[in-house]
Design a protein around this ligand. Sequence first.
Ligand code: AMP
Length: 563
Amino acid sequence: MEPTSLAGYVPFDEERQRQYVEEGYWRETTFHEVLDEHAEAHPDRTALVGPNRELTYGELAASTRQIASYLAGELGLRPNERVVFQLPNCSEFVETFLACSRIGVVPVMVLPRHREAEANHVVELTDARAYVVDHDRYPNRFDFVGLADDVRAAHDSLEHVIAVTDDGAAELDECVTFGSMRDERWVNTYGEQVVETDVDPANPGVMLLSGGTTGLPKAIPRTHNDYVFQWERMAEVAGVETDWIAFPSVPIGHNASLNCIVGAALWEGATVAVEPVLKPEHLMDFIERVDGSYTLPMPTQILDILDHPDVDEYDLTSLEVLVSGGQKVPPAVVERAVERWDVGFCNIFGMAEGPLICSRPEDELAVQAHTVGRPIAPEADEVRIVGPDREENLDTGEAGELAVRGPGYFTGYFRNDEENAENFSVDGWFFTEDVLARRPDGNLEVYGRMKDTIIRGGENIYAPGVEDELIEHPKIANVAVVAIPDDRLGERPAAVVELAEGAEDVSVDELSSFLDERGIAVFKRPERLAVLPSLPRTEVGKIEKKALEDRIGDLFEASNDDQ
Ligand code: AMP
């Protein structure tokens, strides 16, 4: 099969490609070759446990061959073409993902909570030819086939909707049903064509989406080489073992799950287990049922489980290592989780663009609670903390912007010259817009997004630092510290809180004296307060400050807790 063009993809420069291969960082291995090696070495080991199916490595390799044969032969998908995935955490995701790898097709990770705006934007941006959704196998409260159909009607590139279905085949006459792809006859007819496809590990194997805290998501191409490099390093630092059950706790198409959990487990030849509903009760029940060992939830999910009234009813002692990040992990969350479950804790700073910086399970608790540790590949990952000019390297202890370059980092957003020109230097450094500092012991500490800094009369306040303190207040379950515009000082800090169970209210004065006892400077203390029944969350469960900022006027006009 002839590859199609990847115009708009920024490749690694040749010199760096050569260096990464020579130094052994890149193994020139594709996603499906990682699978095939395990399928050959231990075909009967369990690879995948889904709500409906359990597959060994041998079976997973076979099923991905069938699906790949269908996609290439019946649908005519060619190397480098894109397919949108919008699936819950399910075995069909993993099967289709690895099937695409076999034919060099690039999955694009739309998340279940994305809707028309994101879906249309992503298909427009990537010219996707197929769109994979669930119809009725998993608990959906949304018509994903309807969404995919509408997007197809608006885009000529999008020819096929593939639907995962149990018994809805009759009503889906315009769709390919997932079950029909999984058939040995496709291998008999088109298997040769699949085997002969030359998949270049230096090309993108997946496109992730940026967090989308501002505007529409950007597409982040990750090559087989750079992604597999991170799977290997993540498995190594987390100490993943072949008999572990790794399971995603956030949507599987998010880098946190796909790279750190699914990828690391596949690299090691461990088992991946998937559960489509990610609410605390479901996760606890699932961990107990499958003996889950390794996962990456958002900090708020860990808190929801720790504070769940029924937590004592579940046996979660199978947990070996918890990774958490995506937003600042309050130190108290790390301490409580380690104490309760006796787990190794990887406090991680992660970005779909590449950086994975984390504490190690064997680190001291104080390092796990207060820092994000070190890059996962310290000898290969180039990391700098730079000043506002993006040139000067700051000293140990000074907070500045994180800049990265290396064999596990992306090289540019897909078809986005403007953003790439803004955030990359000519010699390939990516500027993350996140503020970190290196401690004397070499571990890194996160201060927040550059945008998450409140500037009050010229003084910088890193909102996550104040949030870390406030979350320990007994009346507070969750909190976001945001800026409210102020004529005199520019901005003032304000808190939006979700009350803890049993708490009826809380006042600005109570917060202020609590912060006073903890030695937090007066200028950092929230001056206004709003209480919400629950804070808005992003599609992966991070507290969505953007949504709060959009409502700042309403939130604080309505609040009488002035000054
Ligand atoms: P995403 O695009 O969803 O991969 O989110 C990446 C962003 O999440 C980063 O740029 C950071 O702003 C934020 N982030 C990730 N990990 C942490 C962490 N441990 N502490 C604070 N912010 C984090």
